[in-house]
Design a protein around this ligand. Structure first.
Ligand code: FES
Ligand code: FES
Length: 188
């Protein structure tokens, strides 16, 4: 059976049974691998996407429930969204696996609440689990993106010829991995 879905502003026709979870269609049919599979039962938030602007767990949302809905995935943020920039400034990701879901929940929060309180952030983010414990950096990045807190001070790079090792900076790669746009295949 075919269904037509509105994903990231495009009408997409997919061949899948109506009860198929959206996450399966995104990843396996459409190659939108920025959205991750974690628990498969609405417990971790790794699979979070937006449906009509609200954060939704795509692992338990059948495509039959999405007729006429506007679906947005991490790929729709484009890599330069203020939250993605704040994520980089605060070095939020560790393994990176949960981060696309975290960013999508945060994006839904900021779209509705421009200046969220700590309580707003806790309420919005409580369903997104991070096994690496990046919660403090996530909160700081959300506040930075919303203009409630200053960006962190970034240390100057070592002078040329210094014998100090140059720290590898994989954060951009991790964000790219979370948005499914890397060739390294991290977390896919
Ligand atoms: S994979 Fe959907 S909430 Fe965990
Ligand atoms: S950064 Fe590793 S699970 Fe969140």
């Amino acid at each position: 059976m075919t269904s037509t879905l509105d994903i990231n502003g495009k009408a997409v026709t997919v061949k899948a049974a109506p009860e198929t979870p959206l996450l399966w269609v995104l990843r396996d049919e459409l190659g939108l691998t920025g959205t991750k599979f974690g628990c498969g039962m609405a417990q971790c938030g790794a699979c979070t996407v937006h449906v009509n602007g609200d954060p939704v767990r795509s692992c338990v949302t059948p495509i039959a429930a999405l007729s006429g809905a506007k679906i947005a995935t991490i790929e729709s943020l484009g890599g330069e969204h203020p939250l993605q920039q704040a994520w980089v400034r605060h070095d939020v990701p560790q393994c990176g696996y949960c981060q696309s879901g975290q960013i999508m929940s945060a994006a839904a929060l900021l779209a509705q609440t421009k200046a969220p309180s700590d309580e707003d952030i806790d309420n919005a983010m409580s369903g997104n689990i991070c096994r690496c414990g990046t919660y403090q950096r996530i909160r700081a990045a959300i506040k930075d993106a919303s203009g409630l807190a200053a960006a962190p001070v970034v240390a100057a790079p070592p002078a040329q010829g210094s014998d100090k090792p140059v720290a590898s900076n994989d954060v951009d790669d991790e964000i790219a991995a979370a948005s499914g746009s890397t060739s390294r295949g991290v977390g896919q």
